[in-house]
Design a protein around this ligand. Structure first.
Ligand SMILES: [Zn+2]
Length: 345
């Protein structure tokens, strides 16, 4: 099969397009013919060998986590899926037997592995995944829309919907609307929860796209002070909850934008990992902080059900042919996009 793989860490030039052996399913696995795969920051960190993702070569590694496609082969023990089924893949593989997996908090599994980092991923014509990681899609959901979902919607669902329990009468702040997590949070908060959404972004064009996605208010952080505008919009109160995947650059703006008792949800730190926390404000204002990394199988089931019912509809910026994966990586690094970047074999 054709695939995009790396044999060394480095910039986008290390991505190689070529032939790799077709995968074969283990007893509990399915082989999926990839319809589309979506890029994530994790793919870039894996390519660079950053953030604990350095690995030894050989063997080559096929990148890619988020994907959707058609089941073409199943292992001997697979009972819920068969060839021809259309599925979307949760790229985080949990062990299924530990305390956390057994209690429904499998996002905490210490033996989990990620497709495209620890084992061959979805930048390919075929990918093999455990049966429990494949979720059935309705006929009218495109592979592109489905592939754009898992890694951005799962942490939003885990932190803000399940644990911090955003409510319809509340107001949420979403940092960087144009990135995958930002666009996902706007959609989930508006279409699933029914909350009021304030989004931040960097240009008038992206602000308009954020509004079309469902943001009630948009702050251009190049021209406006974020916490000052949040105070104006909320009548001085601050927001009930915020979602941050940017990290160091926005931490203090976010912290100042929360009302007393507000919830700070963070699932990424692309601008930097370190921030200063004012402990006095943390306890006196009774702020709650939620860290999120992917989500549980039940989160994924709820997200896919919402997708199948047309409640959520991800923002997609551009789709590249698989052979042009390096161009897609460069586009992601340039951050000049709104929504997801996809690859199609
Ligand atoms: Zn486990």
């Amino acid at each position: 099969m054709k695939a995009v793989y790396i044999e060394a860490h480095g910039d986008a030039d290390v991505l190689q397009y070529g032939d790799r052996p077709d995968p074969t399913p283990g007893p509990g696995d399915v082989v999926v013919r990839v319809g589309a795969s979506a890029l994530n920051r994790l793919d870039i960190f894996t390519r660079e060998g950053q953030r604990g993702l350095e690995r030894e070569f050989p063997p080559p590694l096929i990148l890619g986590g988020d994907t959707a496609g058609e089941v073409v082969a199943v292992g001997a023990n697979v009972s819920s899926l068969s060839a021809g089924d259309r599925v979307v893949v949760n790229p985080r593989l949990s062990c299924g037997v530990c305390q956390w997996c057994g209690s429904g908090r499998d996002e905490l599994c210490r033996r989990s592995r990620f497709l495209g980092t620890a084992l061959d991923g979805s930048y390919a014509e075929l990918v093999v995944v455990p049966e429990v990681n494949a979720y059935r899609l309705e006929a009218d959901v495109s592979f592109a829309d489905a592939a754009a979902i898992p890694t951005t919607y799962l942490p939003v669902w885990n932190m803000a919907v399940r644990r911090a329990a955003l409510q319809p009468w509340e107001t949420a702040l979403v940092f960087s609307a144009s990135a995958g997590v930002g666009a996902a949070a706007i959609q989930v908060f508006k279409n699933v929860v029914g909350a009021t959404v304030i989004a931040t972004t960097s240009t008038p064009e992206k602000a308009e796209q954020a509004r079309q996605l469902g943001a009630d208010h948009v702050i251009n952080y190049n021209e406006e002070d974020i916490s000052g505008r949040v105070r104006e919009i909320t009548g001085g109160a601050g927001v009930d909850l915020l979602v941050d995947h940017v990290g160091a650059d926005v931490w203090s703006h976010g912290f100042r934008s929360l009302r007393a008792g507000g919830r700070y949800c963070i699932c990424g730190a692309t601008s930097g990992l370190r921030a200063e926390l004012h402990l006095g404000l943390l306890f006196s204002r009774q702020i709650e902080i939620y860290g999120g990394y992917m989500g549980s199988r039940e989160d994924m089931r709820q997200i896919v059900t919402s997708l199948n019912r047309g409640v959520i509809n991800p923002a997609i910026h551009h789709t590249y042919p698989l052979a042009q994966a390096a161009d897609a990586h460069r586009a992601m690094e340039a951050t000049n996009f709104f929504g997801k970047l996809l690859l199609e074999p």
